[in-house]
Ligand binder design. Structure first.
Ligand code: TTP
Ligand code: MG
Length: 367
């Protein structure tokens, strides 16, 4: 399978850039946007600051009084958060960016993932050109800059977007992923906070490369299965998470009425096998594998019953889907005495497999 091409766009010093946008007199001065708690005049924390203020050590999260102190003697401007205004600007930008994506997923107010695999035919050079075009469009239509990461998956695109800021682009080709990640601190990985990175450092794991080379079985013993597997895959640059609009259908399903009410498994599977044929085509179109299979049956009394099974491995295999659906219906019929009127099949928990990379799931299978 060819590699995906994923972009993460992160708006630069976003709240402060919005303030510069509505008042150009702020440009060139240190600008601090603060969340004022109201207890005293200066109590509260910095939401964000522009790059001029960052040169003085003023960044998100530090107390406002400290920011004031660090900016003493400059022409710094302090402003309160105006969330509604930033939201309006964000909406406009997201609308522009959405037009450049095969699939689009906004994350928070100032970030979005774009899957551009199809429109670039998987070509990273084309993706670079596309990002320049996106930058020009956002700049001319809204007046704002952003930084971007281009990579084979969301995990790496996100980390790459942080490398060159503001108004930068960092591209990580599929063959460069491991080398790109290796020297970075483990804290760059989502889910590695202060506590976890301290624990890792005590184990001699400082960089993502150290983590990638660490015995995965040990990681599981130390952090539990879910986190251990995640750390191992993430450190190796493996991430199959798909770019998907929040609320977008995260399942594919078909439901239809049987020729006649029945308890005959052959009649039921004849119908569900047609449905599975269609589902399978849609899976191929969307280029996803599934990990969960569900069946639904509407009985003659019009009650709906469902059964679900989670597979060991994601798959898109037609035969597996047929077999699991059939087994679920066989079990289900054993639990009920009513006749079935309508039947349906559903697949969910989608992933995109990066077959060329070794994954911990296969590690488990092979011992
Ligand atoms: P970020 O993208 O983390 O920061 P940024 O856009 O200000 O700066 P950068 O150029 O490094 O991307 O966060 C987006 C917005 O979220 C930010 O403009 C303000 C808000 N925010 C807070 O209110 N508090 C915080 O601690 C952080 C990190 C962000
Ligand atoms: Mg940002």
């Amino acid at each position: 399978m060819q590699s995906r091409v994923i972009i993460l766009a992160d708006l630069d010093y976003f709240f402060a850039q919005c303030e510069e946008l509505r008042n150009s007199a702020l440009r060139g001065k240190p600008v601090v946007v603060g969340m004022y708690s109201g207890r005293t005049e200066d109590s509260g924390a910095v939401s964000t600051s522009n790059y001029e203020a960052r040169e003085h050590g003023v960044k998100s999260g530090i107390p406002l009084f400290l920011a004031k102190k660090r900016l003493e003697g400059t022409d710094a401007v302090f402003l309160p958060v105006d969330y509604d205004y930033y939201q309006q600007i964000s909406d406009k930008i997201m609308q522009v960016l959405r037009g450049y994506a095969d699939a689009f997923e906004q994350v928070g107010i100032d970030e979005a993932y774009l899957d551009v695999t199809m429109r670039t035919s998987g070509d990273f050079e084309a993706a670079k050109a596309l990002v320049q075009e996106m930058k020009r469009a956002v700049k001319s239509q809204v007046g704002v800059t952003f930084s971007a990461g281009i990579a084979p998956n969301k995990l790496v695109a996100k980390i790459a977007s942080d490398i060159q800021k503001p108004d930068g682009v960092t591209t990580v080709l599929p063959g460069e992923v491991k080398g790109f990640l290796a020297p970075l601190q483990v804290s760059r990985l989502l889910g590695v906070g202060k506590k976890t990175s301290a624990k890792m450092e005590a184990l001699g794991i400082k960089t993502i490369g150290d983590l990638a080379g660490y015995d995965p079985q040990r990681l599981i013993e130390l952090f539990g299965k879910t986190l251990g597997v995640y750390f191992h895959n993430a450190a190796n640059g493996v991430d199959n998470d798909i770019v998907q609009e929040a609320g977008e259908a995260e399942s594919i399903s078909r439901i239809s009425t049987l020729k006649e009410n029945t308890r005959d498994i052959a009649a039921i599977t004849e119908k569900t096998n047609q449905q599975i044929e269609e589902i399978s085509q849609e899976l191929a179109q969307r280029d996803v594998s599934f990990k969960q299979v569900g069946i639904i049956a509407i009985m003659t009394d019009l009650t709906a019953r469902s059964r679900m099974q989670t597979l060991e491995q994601p798959t898109r295999d037609l035969e597996t889907l047929r077999r699991v659906a059939r087994e679920l219906f066989e079990k289900f019929l054993g639990d009920s005495t009513l006749e079935v009127r309508r039947v349906g099949v559903k697949v969910s928990q989608f992933t995109k497999e990066e077959k060329q990379q070794r994954q911990l799931t296969s590690f488990f299978q092979n011992g």
